[in-house]
Design a protein around this ligand. Structure first.
Ligand SMILES: [Zn+2]
Length: 487
C-alpha cells in the first residue's frame, strides 16, 4: 500500500481552514472513493479528476484508491479540492515526486480536459496560507492583486504542468494606492440643496448614517451617489477586506480598480439577500457594502422583517449568521443612506397637490420603525428645486464646491485624530460647553429623546465641531446637529 498527504483550504464565510488530504492506494477492485465531503460533491469531483488525470497524460492506477479529507466536520463546499486530490493520487502512485510539493497547499477546480480553474475564496485561502508559511498552488488564470502578494503563490494552468518545475505567479500591481478612485460624481453638478450637501459632508466626516426625505426627482439618489467621493481613500487593510469579500462572491479576484462599494438595494429585496445566508454561506448586500455605502431607496416600502435585520449590523458593524451546519460572522460596516418620500404619493410639501389623507401619511411614516430611525443620526429634507433657481444659479459659482468639501473633510479628520491622541480621558472627548449642555437638556425634555438619540446628537455635534476645528462642542454645533434631525 502506498500513501500521500497534500494540504487544501476550505473557505467558510470569510475564513479559511486547512484541510488534510490523504490518499491511499491498495490492492483491490479498481475504484476511486472520496470520503470527508458530501456525497454529492464527491461524485462530481470524482468524474472531473478521473478525466483530467487521463487528459494530462498521467494514469489513474487500476487499484483501490481511497481519499480522505480531514477534519470531516469542516464543510468543504467548493470545487477547489479537485487539484489537491489529483495531486495526492499522483504522489501516492509515484507519477510526480513528493519532495517537490513540500510546504505547499493546493486549490483549484479541474475541467474534464485537465485545465485548472479558479474557485471562490481564493484570495482568502492565499492570505491564510501566507500567514501559516505555506505556498498556495492555484490556477494562473487568477489575477492576483497586490494584497495577495503578501503570500507566495505558484501558478498552474493545466494538470500536466505538474510534470515540469512550477513558476511563481507574477503579481500584477493591483492595489488600493495605485488607482485613485476618481469619482466622476461631484457635488458641483447638484444645484441648490445646500442643507443636504452639508449633511453629506458631516456624514462622510463622522461616519454617520443619513436619511434623505423629499419628493420624487428632488435628487435624493444623486446626492447619495456623491457620498463615495467624499469618503476617505481606502487604506491597504481596507482594500484587502473588500477584495476578500469580492473574492468570495465574484469567484474571481477583484478587477484593477478597487474602490469603496456602493450598493443600491430595492425594497423587494428579501431579508436573506440583504443580510446573507445560504449553504455555503454567502454574503448579502450589507456585506457587499462593507466599508462603502448602502442605499435603501423608498425606505417605508421595505418590510418590517427586512428592516429589523439591519439593527445588529447598524450597531456592531457585522452580522452573525448561524444555520444548522455553520456559524459565520460577516463584516457589515457600511454607511447607510436611506431615502423616502414625504407621503405615499410623494408630493406633500411640494408645488404639486398631495392627495394623501393624514391617516395615510401617518401609516406610511410609521412603517419605518422607531429603532431604525433612532439609529440614523442625520435626517434631512431634500425639497424639490424651485425651477427659477434651476436657471438662475450660475454654474461657475459652485464649481469648486466639491474640492472645498474634500479639503474641509480632510482637515476635520486630521483634527479629530490629533484630538483623540492628546485627549487623556474618554469623557473629555465629547466635552460640551455649558451653553450647549443647557440646550441639549431642554431639547431632550421637550422632544422626548431616548438616551440613544441624545448620544447620537452629541456624536453629530462632535463631528460638526471637528469640521470647525473646535476642542469643545458649542451651542452652535448642537443647534446644527438638532436641525439635521428634523424627523
Ligand atoms: Zn401625498
Amino acid at each position: 500500500m502506498s500513501s500521500a498527504h497534500v494540504l487544501g483550504q476550505a473557505v467558510i464565510g470569510l475564513s479559511a481552514h486547512t484541510i488534510q488530504i490523504e490518499a491511499t492506494i491498495s490492492n483491490g477492485l479498481p475504484q476511486l472513493n472520496i470520503v470527508g465531503m458530501s456525497e454529492h460533491r464527491a461524485k462530481h469531483s470524482r468524474e472531473r479528476i478521473r478525466s483530467a488525470i487521463e487528459h494530462a497524460g498521467f494514469k489513474l492506477p487500476d487499484r483501490r484508491i481511497v481519499i480522505n479529507l480531514a477534519p470531516s466536520d469542516v464543510p468543504k463546499e467548493h470545487a477547489g479540492f479537485d487539484l489537491p486530490i489529483a495531486l495526492s493520487i499522483l504522489i501516492a502512485s509515484q507519477q510526480v515526486e513528493a519532495s517537490r510539493f513540500q510546504g505547499l497547499c493546493a486549490m483549484g477546480e479541474l475541467s474534464l480536459t485537465g485545465e485548472v480553474r479558479t474557485v471562490p475564496g481564493l484570495l482568502i485561502a492565499a492570505l491564510a496560507c501566507g500567514q501559516s508559511g505555506l505556498t498556495l498552488l492555484q490556477s494562473n488564470q487568477a489575477q492576483v492583486g497586490r494584497q495577495a502578494s503578501l503570500s507566495p503563490c505558484l501558478g498552474i494552468h493545466h494538470l500536466s504542468d505538474l510534470k515540469r518545475p512550477l513558476s511563481p505567479m507574477t503579481t500584477s500591481n493591483l492595489g488600493a494606492n495605485d488607482v485613485p478612485a476618481a469619482s466622476d460624481a461631484t457635488l458641483d453638478d447638484i444645484k441648490g440643496q445646500q442643507t443636504a450637501k452639508r449633511a453629506l459632508i458631516i456624514a462622510a466626516t463622522g461616519g454617520h448614517h443619513l436619511l434623505l426625505f423629499g419628493p420624487p426627482g428632488s435628487g435624493k439618489t444623486m446626492l447619495a451617489k456623491r457620498m463615495l467621493g467624499l469618503m476617505a481613500p481606502l487604506t491597504e487593510q481596507e482594500a484587502v477586506e473588500i477584495a476578500c469579500i469580492q473574492s468570495v462572491t465574484a469567484g474571481s479576484l477583484p478587477g484593477p480598480t478597487l474602490e469603496r462599494p456602493f450598493r443600491e438595494v430595492h425594497h423587494s429585496t428579501s431579508a436573506a439577500a440583504l443580510i446573507g445566508g445560504g449553504s455555503p454561506p454567502r454574503p448579502g448586500e450589507i456585506t457587499l457594502a462593507h466599508l462603502g455605502v448602502l442605499l435603501l431607496d423608498e425606505l417605508p416600502e421595505f418590510t418590517h422583517a427586512v428592516l429589523n435585520q439591519l439593527r445588529q449590523p447598524l450597531e456592531s458593524g457585522s452580522i452573525d449568521l448561524s444555520r444548522a451546519h455553520y456559524k459565520v460572522r460577516f463584516p457589515a460596516n457600511f454607511q447607510l443612506i436611506a431615502a423616502m418620500n414625504p407621503c405615499p404619493c410623494g408630493w406633500l410639501g411640494s408645488r404639486r397637490p398631495c392627495r394623501c389623507s393624514v391617516e395615510h401619511i401617518t401609516r406610511y411614516r410609521n412603517r419605518v420603525s422607531g429603532p431604525i430611525l433612532d439609529r440614523i443620526d442625520l435626517q434631512v429634507e431634500v425639497p424639490a428645486l424651485d425651477p427659477k433657481k434651476f436657471f438662475q444659479e450660475a454654474p461657475t459659482r459652485h464649481r469648486h464646491e466639491h474640492d472645498a468639501a474634500i479639503d474641509q473633510i480632510k482637515q476635520a479628520r486630521a483634527f479629530r485624530l490629533k484630538r483623540l491622541q492628546t485627549s487623556p480621558q474618554q469623557t473629555d472627548k465629547n466635552a460640551l460647553d455649558p451653553d450647549a449642555k443647557l440646550l441639549l437638556m431642554k431639547a431632550a425634555q421637550t422632544l422626548h429623546f431616548s438616551a440613544r438619540a441624545i448620544q447620537k446628537l452629541i456624536r453629530v455635534g462632535r463631528t460638526i465641531a471637528d469640521l470647525d476645528c473646535a476642542e469643545t462642542i458649542s451651542r452652535r454645533h448642537l443647534e446644527e446637529a438638532l436641525m439635521l434631525r428634523q424627523n
